[in-house]
Ligand binder design. Structure first.
Ligand SMILES: [Zn+2]
Length: 257
């Protein structure tokens, strides 16, 4: 029986520990200290490191963890992360014995050029780094809107109940933007209230689910005619073509506050 521990780090990052009460695999350890503390607190031994992309807040803790634990490091084949021992890309399956975990690798470029996601189909868990967020998506630092559209489309076809373990607590700001973009979508308001209540109690809003994202996340809903209407009406768009709509949405979000 596997569980996932949420380990907050920095301002708004979540690092994830997948564990069986003895052994753990960590996803995107940007900082080693909170991971080492969580391992000690829960009496877990680190067995593997899984990386989604090369940004420092996702890989920064790897050297310190390796000093303490000699474990395999899985990471994107198309990014140069020096500590990676097992470079993986779409079509690869990862099988860990301890904890007993099977993961499928998906290529989800856009935020970075080689970004990957890990999908545990048995558990219905998706670890997607900075690609899909609760209510939003990652910024396009290295990829194109077309790439991000294709990456999000891969994630959107996973089962609705799939839990999304993304790497940041950006949910409230994302949903405020979603409400601006789709003021008539009542699901967004309902969700905003629920997520606000969680934050008021100091709880994470992550994991989300694919089903919830499909009903409230504008970056999965950019083909809704109302979104193009809104972008046109607010001067953010001149052309209803879907890639242009997605690009305009991402652009608007970058400057929205
Ligand atoms: Zn990133």
């Amino acid at each position: 029986m596997l569980n996932v521990l949420t380990v907050p780090a920095f301002q708004d990052n979540y690092l994830w520990l997948i564990h069986d009460d003895k052994h753990a695999a960590v996803v995107d350890p940007g900082d080693a200290a909170p991971i080492l503390a969580a391992l000690e607190e829960h009496r877990l031994s680190l067995a593997a490191i899984l990386l989604t992309h090369h940004h420092a807040d996702h890989v920064g803790g790897v050297p310190d963890l390796l000093r303490r634990y000699r474990v395999p490091v899985f990471g994107p084949r198309n990014e140069a992360i020096p500590q990676v021992t097992h470079a993986v890309s779409e079509g690869d399956a990862i099988r860990l014995d301890t904890p007993n975990l099977k993961l499928e690798v998906l290529d989800v470029p856009g935020h970075t050029r080689g970004h990957i996601a890990y999908f545990a189909s048995e558990q219905g868990w998706l670890f997607c780094g900075d690609t899909l967020f609760a209510g939003g998506c990652g910024r396009l630092f290295e990829g194109t809107p077309e790439q991000m559209i294709a990456s999000l489309a891969k994630l959107a076809v996973l089962p609705d109940k799939t839990q999304i373990f993304c790497a940041h607590e950006y949910t409230l700001a994302n949903l405020r933007f979603a409400r601006e973009v789709e003021p008539e979508n009542l699901a967004i308001n309902t969700r905003l209230q629920l997520e606000q209540a969680k934050r008021d109690q100091g709880q994470p809003t992550v994991p989300s689910t694919i089903g919830l994202e499909k009903s409230t996340n504008p970056f999965l809903r950019y083909r809704e005619p109302g979104i193009a209407d809104r972008l046109l009406a607010t001067g953010h768009l001149s052309d209803r073509e879907p890639i242009a709509v997605f690009a305009a949405l991402r652009q608007w979000k970058n400057s929205y506050r």
